[in-house]
Design a protein around this ligand. Structure first.
Ligand code: GUN
Length: 298
């Protein structure tokens, strides 16, 4: 049976390190500052944004949240970002996505200073990651969290290991592949157009599923002993719990996969809790860089 990687516990250990690093910076008169911007009233986004702001306060950060009306003009949002870019108390700026349809999300993301872009979505940070300049990059929080969990099982150096990332999104698949490559893994990105996906997956010592399709990765896609990281969060009907009930599942058929895997992340309780923890890690990292100090390695 596989080791179940406890994302909640790993996330708590990251947050503890962030809190410690924040306290250590206080001696230099610096408090990490995170600004979270929400436009509109999307219920799921409100929940995410509130937990990001709450976590930031728990870490000892200067935490500010801007809740803007759904009909906010793009120019007004850009003006707020310009203010936050110029504000020395703010080290991280996160604009919650999705944005309302009348706003050009890409224009907004590219307006964030690359050195405050804790989401790692700015082209400059995509380029830093792609060229292996990880000491200056911000990396998207979900793949950064996956990487920490992989390191806990396999160590920091993945030399000689084969990694397969299923999914090629800009937010998860592509940055994940770059992080694995930077750690010396031999990396394949597979996706919906890949020929014989199960056979490709079976070659993986490290298998990362980020496709957004419930339980698509079957047990017999998993090489014996593989490390399986499930990024998917899919809500599916659960009639066994009663009429109209639902449950969360990942992109991996967990019960089958855990029979073959050496280690596997559950859903919920795997990658999910890591994302906010890595946002906190990025913010304290940004504050250390701004203060000319070497940030801790998470
Ligand atoms: N919406 C869902 N996930 C994310 C994220 O990681 N960053 C931002 N900015 N918005 C999101």
């Amino acid at each position: 049976m596989a080791e179940i990687i406890d994302g909640k516990a790993v996330a708590e250990s990251v947050v503890a390190k962030v809190t410690e690093a924040t306290a250590a910076l206080a001696g230099s008169g610096v408090t990490p500052g995170l600004a979270v911007v929400l436009v509109g009233e999307d219920a799921a986004s409100q929940v995410y944004v509130n937990s990001k702001s709450r976590r930031a306060k728990e870490c000892g950060f200067h935490s500010v949240q801007h809740n803007l009306d759904a009909d906010t003009r793009q120019d007004d949002l850009l003006a707020l970002i310009a203010d936050l870019n110029a504000d020395p108390r703010i080290h991280g700026i996160l604009v919650q996505l999705p944005l309302p349809a009348h706003i050009d999300a890409d224009a907004v993301i590219q307006a964030i200073s690359p050195d405050k872009d804790v989401d790692g979505f700015h082209y400059i940070n995509v380029g830093r990651l792609g060229t292996g300049a990880l000491d200056r990059a911000f990396v998207p929080c979900t793949p950064a969290g996956c990487m920490i969990m992989i390191e806990r099982v396999r160590g920091r150096d993945l030399s000689g290991l084969s990694a397969v990332v299923v999914g090629r999104s800009n937010i998860v698949g592509k940055p994940m592949a770059n992080l694995l490559l930077a750690a010396n893994a031999t990396v394949t990105i597979a996706h919906s157009r890949t020929k014989d996906l199960p056979a490709v997956a079976r070659g993986a010592d490290i298998l990362v599923a980020a496709v957004g399709r419930p339980e698509m990765v079957k047990g017999d896609w998993v090489k014996p002993g593989a490390t399986v990281i499930d990024v998917g969060i899919n809500r599916i009907p659960a009639p066994e719990k009663g009429e109209g009930k639902t449950r969360l599942v990942g992109d991996v058929a967990f019960e089958e996969a855990e029979k073959n895997a050496g280690a596997i992340t559950p859903v919920p309780g795997g990658v999910g809790p890591m994302t906010i923890a890595m946002l906190m890690a990025a913010t304290v990292t940004s504050a250390y860089r701004a203060a000319g100090k070497t940030p801790p390695r998470f």
